[in-house]
Design a protein around this ligand. Structure first.
Ligand code: C2O
Ligand code: CU
Length: 485
């Protein structure tokens, strides 16, 4: 095993095979991925997103209406749907109710031009109340994505400023249904009908502050009707600011066909950990007419039923389950032999270690220390804790455009961290804790003390955020950016 010192030394070479189990292919189904989708001529899709406070009574709020912040007057969450090749022109108008509540939209996972990436100060001016900004880009990949604001994120996400972005064109044959499951908790007290605090020091120094109300598409354990015995595509999005879910399906066959938007050769779903911002596409063989299957989260001691599926109509298919694969992605293959290796270590700061000590240590030191400094987390010993990103540090690393990189991502802490890169998609090479098939991902879940290796081609110039997607960790230091020159 490598010692911590070796890892921290930037130049230390990590022998991949020695430490990490290579990502390997599991027994899977018969069919191979389709040819990559062709980028069409495309049309222009214009949308208007008005960030504002809208009292909303989502079904999961009980009988209460809460002052949600959202993008549209219509149903929550909003959905933007494009065909590959289309250009999205999204105009955001900021009508949030506080004079200093700036905003911006980040299109999570989309490999877009840097100035459309929606990070205030880093790539654009924050959109202040009364102002507007027009995003314009043509996503280069198909799949399941989402968007969210990137200012005061713990509160803006907490109050609902997020939506779904789907880019079509990746199927090889039609599925019998295509449903999005937008999974998140709410910091809501169902007795009083009020929001709880979105940020707590205790949560920020640990696994984050969990919302007590679990939901899928704004409802608690909704019933989702699917064509009986059909092969149904389910797009699962972990849209929660905090919770890492461990997803399973009961009483139905299900296969993972895409991860973070990009196709993988279908493999059976047993349990799959999804940190905040991570997505998977499933194909699920829907239950027989009138029968039920369940989507469950095993991350807590009592498994939680997130949604259930009812087979409706006459049975569609009686063949054995062999889900149709999607079309292969269009992401450049990194050159592993020529790649430059860089090490990144994710750790608690000294204050962070103090906050994370057992309860009886939580009294006096916290009050004295943490209110002056909200730096609980670091990347390579550096922290960038800033509620609105206004003070830019230098980049954590400068990458050569077009060069291949292997990143060793080492979690040297007691908590999990879903590590997200903007503007690129990593290829997972291996891990010393989890055995997963090779796949692309824009958000890598690192378990406590896990080291994972990822590779990618730094082919998108600009300044790209590189941060933990547990938003309370991000906002207390586990945030940085990489410059692709
Ligand atoms: Cu979805 Cu910088 O984040
Ligand atoms: Cu984290």
């Amino acid at each position: 095993m490598l010692t911590r010192r070796q890892f921290s030394a930037g130049a230390a070479a990590v022998a991949a095979g020695a430490v990490l189990a290579r990502a390997s292919v599991r027994p899977s189904y018969a069919r191979e991925l389709g040819a990559p989708a062709k980028i069409g001529a495309g049309k222009l899709v214009a949308v208007r997103l008005v960030t504002a406070e809208r009292p909303t009574a989502l079904p999961c709020f009980g009988n209460h209406s809460l002052p949600m912040w959202s993008f549209t007057d219509g149903a929550w969450p909003p959905v933007i749907r494009l065909d590959l090749g289309d250009r999205l022109e999204a105009t955001i108008e900021n009508r949030l109710p506080r004079p200093d509540e700036s905003t911006s939209i980040h299109w999570h996972g989309i490999r877009l031009p840097n100035d459309q990436d929606g990070v205030p100060y880093l790539v654009q001016a924050p959109v202040r109340p009364g102002e507007s900004f027009r995003y314009s880009f043509a996503p280069p990949d198909t799949g399941t994505y989402f968007f969210h604001t990137h200012c005061n994120t713990v509160e803006q996400l907490g109050r609902g400023l997020e939506g779904i972005l789907i880019i079509d064109g990746d199927t090889t044959e039609p599925y019998d249904a295509d449903e999005v499951l937008f999974m998140r908790d709410w910091q809501v007290d169902r007795e009083t009908g009020e929001f709880n605090p979105f940020f707590t020091l205790r949560g920020a120094g640990r696994a984050g502050t969990f919302g007590p109300v679990r939901s899928v598409n704004g409802a608690v354990n909704p019933e989702i009707r699917l064509p009986a015995s059909g092969d149904c595509r389910l797009r699962l999005i972990n849209a929660d600011p905090t919770r890492i879910m461990q997803i399973g399906v009961e009483d139905a066959d299900a296969a993972i066909v895409a991860i973070d938007g990009i196709a993988v050769p279908p493999f059976p779903l047993s349990r799959w950990s999804m940190g905040p911002a991570m997505r998977i596409d499933l194909v699920l063989r829907a239950p027989q007419p009138g029968r039920i299957a369940r989507l469950v989260d095993h991350s807590t001691p009592d498994r939680v039923e997130l949604a259930h599926f009812v087979g409706s109509g006459v049975a569609r298919r009686n063949s054995s389950f062999d889900p149709a694969p999607l079309r292969a992605g269009r992401i450049a293959e990194p050159d592993l032999k020529a790649a430059t290796r860089l090490n990144f270590v994710f750790q608690a700061s000294e204050a962070g270690q103090l906050v994370a000590t057992p309860d009886d240590g939580l009294g006096a030191p916290l009050g004295a220390l943490c209110l002056s400094s909200r730096t609980f987390w670091t990347i390579n010993s550096r922290a960038w804790p800033d509620r609105d990103h206004a003070r830019l540090p230098p980049p954590l690393a400068v990458l050569d455009r077009g060069r291949s990189y292997v990143f060793a991502l080492k979690n040297d802490s007691e908590f999990s961290h879903p590590i997200h890169i903007h503007g690129h998609s990593f290829k997972l090479l291996g891990s010393d804790k989890q055995n997963r098939p090779p796949h692309h991902t824009d958000t890598v879940l690192l378990l406590p003390h896990e080291t994972a290796e990822v590779a990618f081609v730094a082919d998108n110039p600009g300044d790209w955020m590189f941060h933990c997607h547990i938003i309370e960790h991000q906002e207390t230091g586990m945030m940085s950016y990489l410059r692709v020159g």
